[in-house]
Ligand binder design. Structure first.
Ligand SMILES: [Zn+2]
Ligand SMILES: [Zn+2]
Length: 324
């Protein structure tokens, strides 16, 4: 499914097999997660995507072929490709172990073709060996929704009480990890969205309410998943002294001005950008001991536009996944 122009629906097309470099593997796609970032790319909210573009950065598949220099993997291995497709190894961020901020990063399904297709090429150093005790459609959302949530969760310094603002693909995975680690989770949804609040409570949220409500206690940390800038001042109000607000989204509407009083007392505002390979290795190793079960809605590849629309309207509970 190809994005030929920003703002237009994806179109089904026959394309050539991806070109492989000597360090690339060719993945035969089994499943590919649909992420809100894909929607931001289609809607023109992220600058200068490669066009035409095959979206998809939560790619699960089996290796079909390997380039001549590939050493880590072999044909038939089950692997996952994520948003971080390659980095430059020489900018100041790469040299400081912050490859998620690399000046020359190549992102899958944005700068290079991704997994909304039967085949996808990926550099062997940037793919993950996946655990065998999950179905492909369960693994797909882990590759971005799971990883980004995990990275944000790490930045919270793992406090006791965490607020999740927005309860979509990423939040419904993170709550399972955080409650397994004995943290109390408070979930904020769109006002009056009792269905999503019930879903959050079924996943052991301590409390769930609308984003117009105050939690019953002050929180240590807030993670913003909904791309709504007005949630920043709202979350600051919900925090204890010294608490932290982290935005996990790649795009967000403007943050309205707010009184300094809300930030005073060493509250912190920050964001999570992309991911590192270390995040991925840690997260997939955690999955072996801390099971996370995504709630998935699967679509055939040809219905990718329908899946994107389900994310746009917020109608979907859990994660959308394309099955090839
Ligand atoms: Zn770099
Ligand atoms: Zn994503």
């Amino acid at each position: 499914m190809v994005l030929n122009a920003v703002g237009k629906p994806l179109e089904m097309a026959e394309v050539d097999l991806p070109k492989m470099g000597p360090n690339d593997v060719l993945i035969k796609t089994i499943a590919c997660g649909v992420c809100r970032t894909d929607l931001h790319i289609v809607d023109g909210e992220l600058p200068s995507p490669k066009l035409p573009l095959i979206l998809g950065h939560q790619v699960v598949g089996k290796i079909e072929a390997v380039g001549e220099n590939v050493r880590r993997f072999q044909p038939s291995d089950l692997v996952g490709a994520s948003w971080l497709g390659n980095t430059c190894h020489c900018c100041e961020y790469c040299l400081e172990d912050k490859e998620n901020l690399c000046d020359g990063a190549v992102f899958t399904g944005y700068h290079k073709n991704g997994g909304y297709a039967e085949y996808c090429a990926a550099h062997e150093d940037y793919i993950f060996a996946l655990p065998k005790n999950y179905r492909a459609e369960e693994l797909a959302p882990m590759l971005c929704a799971g990883l980004i949530g995990y990275r944000a969760y790490r930045l919270t310094q793992k406090p006791k009480k965490i607020g999740l603002y927005g309860f979509g693909s990423s939040a419904h995975l993170l709550i399972q990890l955080a409650t397994a680690h004995k943290h109390d989770i408070y979930v904020f949804t769109r006002p009056n969205d009792t269905k999503t609040q019930e879903f959050a409570l079924s996943l052991q949220a301590k409390w769930a309410g609308g984003s117009d409500q105050s939690p019953p206690v002050l929180l240590d940390a807030a993670i913003l998943f909904a791309p709504d800038g007005s949630l920043y001042p709202k979350a600051l109000k919900d925090l204890k002294k010294g608490g932290i607000v982290i935005s996990a989204g790649i795009h967000m509407s403007d943050i309205p001005s707010f009184p300094y009083q809300l930030l005073w007392e060493e509250r912190v505002m920050t964001s999570v950008a992309n991911l590192t390979r270390k995040d991925g290795e840690e997260f997939f190793s955690l999955l072996k001991t801390t099971p996370i079960r995504p709630k998935t809605h699967t679509y055939p590849l040809k219905d990718a536009n329908i899946a994107l629309q389900a994310i746009r309207t917020g109608a979907l509970e859990g994660s959308a996944v394309l099955l090839l």
